[in-house]
Every structure is written in C-alpha cells, then in structure tokens.
Design a protein around this ligand. Sequence first.
Ligand SMILES: Nc1ncnc2c1ncn2[C@@H]1O[C@H](COP(=O)(O)OP(=O)(O)OP(=O)(O)O)[C@@H](O)[C@H]1O
Ligand SMILES: [Mg+2]
Length: 461
Amino acid sequence: MVVDDDEAIRQMLAAVLGKEGLQVVTATDGVEAVEAFHRQHAAVVLMDIRMPRMSGLEALKKILEIDRGTAVILMTAFAEVGTAVQAIKDGAFDYVIKPYDIEEIRLLVRRALEIRTMRADIVSLRRELSERYGAEGILTDNPRMLELRQTIAKVARSNATVLVSGESGTGKELVAAAVHYASPRATGPFVKVNCAAIPEGLLESEFFGHEKGAFTGAANRRRGRFEQAEHGTLLLDEIGEISPGLQVKLLRVIQEREFERVGGSTTIKTDVRIVAATNRDLEAMVRAGTFRQDLYFRLNVVTLKTIPLRERPEDIRLLAHHFLERFSADNDLAIRGFDPSAMDCLLAHSWPGNVRELANAVERAVVMSTNGIILPEDLPEGIACRTAPNPDALSATTASGPARPLRDLVNEFETRVIREALGRNGGNRARTAVELAISRRALLYKLQEYGIGPAGRDGEP
Ligand SMILES: Nc1ncnc2c1ncn2[C@@H]1O[C@H](COP(=O)(O)OP(=O)(O)OP(=O)(O)O)[C@@H](O)[C@H]1O
Ligand SMILES: [Mg+2]
C-alpha cells in the first residue's frame, strides 16, 4: 500500500512496485489508509509522515493495532528524522529520507517481504516443534512417566524455574523442551547451553555475552544466551558443572532478573524462563560444599525427575518400535519389526545408558539388518544376550565367511559376558568383579581393553 497526498508520487511508486510483480493499492492520507487496510491487510505499507487529516504516525499505530505483522516504511523529510526514529520505536519497519533513491525503496520493500516470510516460517516451525516436543512427545506407557507428563503440562503454564534431574539418557532434555513447548513461551526461542561442554573461562560470556574488547579475542560485541532466549526459555544443561564464581552470577540473574555483559556496564533486564538439568545429585553437592545452597533452592522451585529405563520395562518395547520406525525412515530402509528373540534380548538388557542406549542399539540394528527384520545378531554385542551362550553367534565359521581366529572369538565372548554382568549389577564394577570372580583391577583392565563403557558408578575414574 502506497500512502501519500502527492498524486505524482503515488503513481510513480505504484508503477515501480507494480513492475516488481507486486499488487499495489494507494491511499491519499492516513484516514483513507486505515480504511483500506481494514478491507485488505497489506504486507508492506509505504507511507508519508506529513499528510492532511491523519498523519503517518497516527496511521502507523492504527495499522499495527490491526496487524502487527505488517511492515510499515515511513517516508520523511530530513528535518523530521527525529519523528521517524520515534516511529521505529513505535514499531515501524524502517524509514527513508526524502529525496530518496527509487532503488532504495525497491530494496527496502523486498527486504520487508522477505522478513515477513521468514517470520511466518518461524511461527509455523515453532508450532510444529511444539506439537512434536510438547509433553505428548515424551513417549511412555509407564504410570509414573505419565504422571510426569501431566506435571510438565501444569508446570509449563507458570514461569517457575524448573530443575530436571535424572540419569544420563533418560530424556532430561526432552522434558526441558516439553516444558518450553507446552508453555505460553512456545512461540519464543528455546535456547540451550551445555555447561559441561564450554571451557570454564568462556562460560560467563556464553551466558551474558560480552562487549567489544572485553578480553583478548573479543573482537565484537556478542549477545549471550540470556539475550538470545529473551521471551523464551533457557536450558542450562549439566548445571552441576558450573564454577562457584559463576554460581554467584547466575543466582543474581535469577533473583534480580538482570545482568551485565562481560566488560560492559549497562544493566540488561531479562525475561527468560530458566530450566536447569543435571544427572548429578545436587543435594549431595550442596552438602559437600561444591554447589551453593541458595542457588540450589532457586533452581529447585519445581523438580521433575526422569525415570531410568530399567524401572519402566513397558517402555522398552514402545520406544524400540518408535526408534525402529524413525531410523528405518531416516535410512530409507523397510524394516518390518523385531524378531521375538531380538525383542527378548532388548527386554532382558538393563540399559545403563537408558533411552539413548536403546536408540543407538536400534539404530545400529536397523543399519545391520539384512532381511527386513531385526534379529539378535543385528543388535550390539552385550545386548544380543542369551542366558546360555548362543552357539550360532560364537561359531568359528559363518555361513559365508572363513574360520575366525580363536583370539577374536574369546575376546568377543569375554566382552559379552562382562557387559551382561555389568548390566545385571547396574553398572557397578565392584559387584561385577565379585560376580565374575576376578579382581577389580583385572576387570578394569578388560573394560579398557575392550572399550566397554559407560563408566561405572562406584567412583572409579
Ligand atoms: N520418552 C521418550 N520418548 C521418545 N524419545 C525419547 C524419550 N526419552 C528419551 N528419548 C530420546 O533419547 C535420547 C536421549 O534423551 P535426552 O538427550 O533427553 O537425555 P538426557 O537425560 O538429557 O541425557 P544426558 O544426561 O546424557 O544429557 C534423545 O534422542 C531423546 O529424544
Ligand atoms: Mg541431556
């Protein structure tokens, strides 16, 4: 829409933009513009500021009240630039100073249209994300997990800080995402920081950003994660890993809702919902003096606890099928399902790595599978368990291949026996060593030799 009281300008702009393939309507002043806008929302409005009856500024406000997504570009005389700047604050897209270059107008309109399309894309992507990652995205048949899902939906409505705790691979990140996508902030950003993955010295600037020249290497001003997450949710993953110094700074943001960039003195207000996640026992860390109690209380307004997969066996089947479908589609493979013997293996495994381990196992099996159905031998070693050693899998000859060296077979067998024993003992190495009647040293040596992980839970490095 072109709005100007000067007929020559209206005609010229309409002609230029029409040539760009755009549909153009014109209006002679603010009143007419608002009326026309009521009939049909224009994507972009090019409007003079000084016009009879209703000024461009007034019309701007009325138009944005009708449709916040419209890009209004104001045309102003040099003497009135101050007004134009005020208009930007009121929500105008941009302004041009008269006399303007027609190429400038063309560019601005094109950019306004591009940004509009991108905004629409973002809104629809976020809507899709919220359908996929809302509480419903947490697949489960387990009563305690279903309860957790309901709690998420309830908690999401508030602005309360949330602490998600649970073993590695149990879906903490999924829960955090669900809190965001089920909340009124779902159309805002969901930003994650992995506190364990960023070197201690850089974490503060990662959180709060920095000013140009704040430290060696800070060539430009940078917005931190808090600023990026404005009006959305910030996930502080592995919160147990942050230093005492940063704990103090974080406490302040949570209490005062404000911070400064590193090397900066301006105080920045923040509207961010914080979700923290950890697989550590923060309470124990508070007792040990490595995590501040006041910060712990602030984070722990609501705690959501995820449940280890071994405590919800009904989910193994459900999730296995879910991952099978997903990875078959990802790899363009048509895998029908699990052979019952393979499913038995999955059900018998103790899943120390929880859902992530299950997802990895199924992904591998999908890729390895040769006949459209998952067999025990498609599963990773140690999951393809049998109570009695499976003579087929250990056979020195395969249907197609030659004899295998004795050493390989022995290693393979040992690996499997150790993995199974670890599984039965919940990953505890001391107990595993006792069960296998070998020394703990010998067990550690073999774990290393065979690259068996993840790390045990009995305090061994
Ligand atoms: N209930 C579930 N339904 C569907 N997918 C799940 C479920 N739980 C976990 N997953 C998937 O399992 C994987 C691991 O989950 P996630 O990353 O949330 O675990 P985590 O608890 O954050 O682990 P870590 O402590 O190692 O960071 C992800 O790919 C996640 O999508
Ligand atoms: Mg995680």
